[in-house]
Design a protein around this ligand. Sequence first.
Ligand SMILES: Nc1nc2c(c(=O)[nH]1)N[C@H]1C(S)=C(S)[C@@H](COP(=O)(O)O)O[C@H]1N2
Ligand SMILES: [Mo]
Length: 419
Amino acid sequence: MTKPTDSRRQFLQKVALGGAFAGTFSLPVWSDQTKPDLVDDLPEWMKKPGKGFSNYGQPSPHEQQVIRWISANPDALGNGVSWTPLHDLQGTITPNGLHYERHHNGVPQIDPAQHLLLIDGLVDKPLRFDVASLLRYPMISRTCFIECGGNSNSGWRTNPIQSKAGYAHGLVSNAEWTGIPVKLLLKEAGVKTDAKWIIAEGADGAALNISIPLEKLLDDALLALYQNGERLRPENGYPMRLVLPGWEGILNVKWLRQLRLSKEPAMSRDETSQYTELQPDGTARQFTFIMEAKSLITSPSLGMRLLDNPGIYQISGLAWSGHGKITRVEISADGGDTWTDAELHGPILDRAFTRFSLPWHWQGDYSVLQSRATDETGYVQPTRDDLVANRGTYGFFHYNAIVSWEITETGDINHVYGI
Ligand SMILES: Nc1nc2c(c(=O)[nH]1)N[C@H]1C(S)=C(S)[C@@H](COP(=O)(O)O)O[C@H]1N2
Ligand SMILES: [Mo]
C-alpha cells in the first residue's frame, strides 16, 4: 500500500463543473473520435413508428435494476424498510417511486373520502377536516430531505458492511413537498397557552404516535398533500403526512389522523423504547430531533469499478444537514490526510440535498475516498473515531460519520473505516 504524497494534486479543480475553464488543465475527452456512417447505420428504432402513449409513464425497461432494496421482518412483512438507491441517482430530487420507506405495520390502503384529520386537546375549538376541505387551503412548497434516525446505523458495527451506498445510507430521500403550513390550522383551532407538545398519530395498523414540540409545528411544519407535484404515494403517507424539515424521520408522521395538543409528551413506545440512544455513560439521549450534517460519495462507490487505469473520474455525492444549508464539502483521496473543496451545485437549499462533485485523476494507486460536510452553523461532519468516542457504539440512531471508500490498485471499491 502506497500513500500518494500530495493528494491535492490529483484533484482537477480547474475543470470543475460551473467553475472557470481558463485553468491549466484541458477538459478530459471520452468521446469516440471515429465517425460512424450515420445514414446507413440507422438503429432499428428509427426504421418504424414508436410505441404509443401511456397514461402514467414508467422508467425504461433498461433501468429495471434501479430499485429500492427491501429489508423487512419475515414474520411481519409490513415492518421494515426499503432503501433509496442513491448510488444510481443523480441530481437531488428523489423520484417518488424510489423514496425510501419505513413502515411500522405496513402501508394502509386509505380511501381519501373516508379519511379525517382531527385537531384537539389544548385548543379553543377542536377541528375536524376531511381531505376535500384541506385541499381548499392555501398551500406552499418546500424541498427538503426526510431521513430515518436509523439511517447508516450499520456504521456502529465492528466491521464495515459491504453494501452499496444507497443500501447502507439510503434511508434518506429528498422531495418537493406541497401542503398547508400546520401553523395555519393550529391558529384556526386556537392554541391554549399551556400547550407545549403535540402528539401526532397516524392512521396505519401501527397507530404510530409520537410527541413533537409545539414550536416546530408553529414554525415550518407542513401538512403535505403533494410529493414532487403529484399527490403523495401511499407508501409515503397518502393522503396526508407531516413534513418537519430537518427533523428525524419518525416525527414526519404519515397517514396523519390526529394532532392532540398537550402539556407533556406522550412518552410513547417510539420515544422511549425506540428512537432513544444508549450512551457510553449508561444514560440515554431522548428527543434527538435534528438530523446532523452528513455527506456521502455516491460515485464512485461500492459496487462500481474504476475501469481506466489511470484515468479521470467525477467524484459525485450528496450532502445535507437538518440545521440548515450545506456550506462546504471537502474530498480526500488519502483517508483524510489532505482535503480539497468540492464544487457545490446550486441552488443550495435549507435542509435539502446538495449535490457536490470534483474531478479526480486516479493515478492507479491505493486510495481511500472520503467526503466531509460542513453546514451553516459551522458544524463539521465527524470522523467515525470521533463519533464513536462521543457516543459509543450502542446508540443505534443518528450515525453521521464520514464514509470511506477504499480504491484498490485494480480499481475495486470496498467500504472501510479508514486508511
Ligand atoms: N403513521 C406512521 N408514520 C410514520 C411511520 C410509520 O410507520 N407510521 N414511520 C416513520 C419513520 S420511522 C420514518 S423514518 C418515516 C419514513 O417516511 P417514508 O416512508 O415516507 O420515507 O416515516 C415516519 N412516519
Ligand atoms: Mo425512521
